[in-house]
Design a protein around this ligand. Sequence first.
Ligand SMILES: NC(=O)c1ccc[n+]([C@@H]2O[C@H](COP(=O)([O-])OP(=O)(O)OC[C@H]3O[C@@H](n4cnc5c(N)ncnc54)[C@H](OP(=O)(O)O)[C@@H]3O)[C@@H](O)[C@H]2O)c1
Length: 222
Amino acid sequence: MKNALVIGASRGIGLEFTRQLLKGGWSVYATARSSSDVKSLEALNATGIQLDVTNPSSVAGLGWTLDGLRIDLAIFVAGIYGANAGAKEVPSTLEFDAVMHTNVLGAMQLIPLIAPMLEESGGKFIFISSLMGSIAATQSSFGWVYRTSKAALNMAVKSASTDYPGAVFASMNPGWVQTQMGGSNAPTSVYESVSKMLGVIESLSLRDTGSFQSYDSREMNW
Ligand SMILES: NC(=O)c1ccc[n+]([C@@H]2O[C@H](COP(=O)([O-])OP(=O)(O)OC[C@H]3O[C@@H](n4cnc5c(N)ncnc54)[C@H](OP(=O)(O)O)[C@@H]3O)[C@@H](O)[C@H]2O)c1
């Protein structure tokens, strides 16, 4: 049985990854911030782990929990959106710090911890980014703190891929998805987004490391 780690699995896309991976026969280690969400993940037959990606001691605790385990697939899903404001407004320090700490520093803290485990297994490290993080696709500025955070996440992923050549690193656009973050007007169900992303992840090989993928099988422009 292969082992997957889903980081940020309390709801939305991370919870759906956990469900579909379990259904596909994976053993799943799934993280959530609250102990009640950890219990709900365990009720699904995942191994629940309490983790706040912004908290260095919580991240160190994850290292102890995973020590000695084989991890074949890790998916960094945790993320927050912040304000919808664009470039005509100055972001608050509070918003900037919260979004950057979660979406960027969260991933950067986990990479040195988990990437060596993935190199050992020849595994894959997938980071849920966004179309809004694509500089090439940008046509407006709404959500500019979030956009900036996902572009920064993309750089973290691309640059880290050069240090861990034995694992596949990829950023992934999940589409606009019906979750708490995406809202009910989003065109894509969480089931469809995740099942398509799992298909793309399955198809990736070492040749694809350092790439920006989309749930609908298009390779994205950075
Ligand atoms: N939905 C979309 O249309 C869309 C589009 C593009 C990209 N994305 C990206 O997809 C990912 C998942 O989003 P979603 O739509 O599923 O949103 P969501 O329903 O709001 O879920 C966000 C998840 O991130 C977790 N999280 C937030 N801060 C965290 C922290 N400090 N430590 C650990 N976990 C934390 C949340 O846990 P708690 O329950 O503890 O808050 C929750 O599990 C995000 O990275 C998002 O940017 C979503």
